[in-house]
Design a protein. Sequence first.
Length: 91
Amino acid sequence: MDETDDKPLEKNRDGDLQEVCRVFGPAEAEVVKNFLESQGVPCLISGQVPRFTYPVAVDGMAEFKVLVEDKDLELARELLKKLPEAEEPEK
């Protein structure tokens, strides 16, 4: 067995990371990451939250990318398709 099989995903380890989705905010990024990792797909989050007074995403601010290895890209996409869509709150 290759000794790298048990290691967590490392950013740019082999230059083989692909974006599986983009989300707005660190909480949503963590939810996606935790879901995929619970299904056996190692992930990495790329992004940062700028310091600002109002938590508003403008022109990509607070945008996060969830990255997976090339070999896991299709599986990750299929898993994310199975997630239920968030419902809009009733007014």
